[in-house]
Design a protein around this ligand. Sequence first.
Ligand SMILES: C[S@@+](CC[C@H](N)C(=O)[O-])C[C@H]1O[C@@H](n2cnc3c(N)ncnc32)[C@H](O)[C@@H]1O
Length: 229
Amino acid sequence: MEEFVLGWIGDPPAKVLEVGCGKGELARALARAGHSVIAIDPRAPEQAPEGPVFRRERIEEFCELGPFDHVVASLSLHHVEDLGMALGKVADLLRAEGTLVVVEFAWDRIDEATAEWVLERLPAASPSEKPSWLRRCCRGWTRGDEGGMCDHGGHTEAHFAGWAGEEGLHDSQRVRAELQRHFVERHFEWVPYLYPDLADGVSEADESVAIEVEAINATAFRYVGTPAP
Ligand SMILES: C[S@@+](CC[C@H](N)C(=O)[O-])C[C@H]1O[C@@H](n2cnc3c(N)ncnc32)[C@H](O)[C@@H]1O
C-alpha cells in the first residue's frame, strides 16, 4: 500500500494531505520521503499519533487553505460520515491536476464463498487477545453454529450489511459513486485485503490466486482520480 501511494505521489517535495491517518505510519513514510504532509484523524488523544504533521480533526471540519498536490485516503473513506461533502471538499483542496490516491475496503463484496474461505483460514482464537475485526465481522455469520457450517443462503448479504450498519460503514458502491461524482478516474484495481488477519501462512499471493480463479471476491480497491473539471 505504501509503495502504491508513494509511487503515485512521485518525487518530493509535494504538498500532501492524508485523510484518516490512523496511527500515522503512511504520513511518516511520506514525510521521510521529503514531502510536506498534513495528516488528519479524529481518533481519541490516547490513540492519536504525535508529531508536527498530525492534527486531530475530521475532513468535514478541515479548513486549511489548498491547493494540495495530492490527497491520500487509506481505508478511511468508508468511515467518513458526510462522504459527499468530504469528497467535494477534497476536490476543491486539490490543484487542477492534483491526485486523490485511495485504498478502500469493500465489505459488501464478502459473499458466501468469500466468508467460507475466510472462516477456514482464521487463526485459532486466543482467549487473552481481543478478536480481530475480521473474526468479529464473521462471528455473527456463524452464530449458533460454533461447530460447523449451516445453510446461510441469502442471509450472507444481510449479515454483513448488518455488521457494517452497526459500524457505520459505507459500502464500496457508495464510495465509488461519490468518487465518480467529484473526480475523473485515472486508475482502478481490485486487490486482496483479508490475508493479514488470517492464519500464519496465508499470504497475499494465496488470496490473489483465490481471487484470480474466482473462488472468492477481492474485498479492497486502489483508486486514483483527479478533480472533475
Ligand atoms: C480503518 S482506519 C485506517 C487508518 C489508516 N489510514 C490505515 O490505513 O491503517 C480509518 C480511520 O479513519 C478515521 N476517520 C473516520 N472518520 C473520519 C473523518 N470524518 N475524517 C478523517 N478521518 C476519519 C478513523 O478515526 C480511523 O483512524
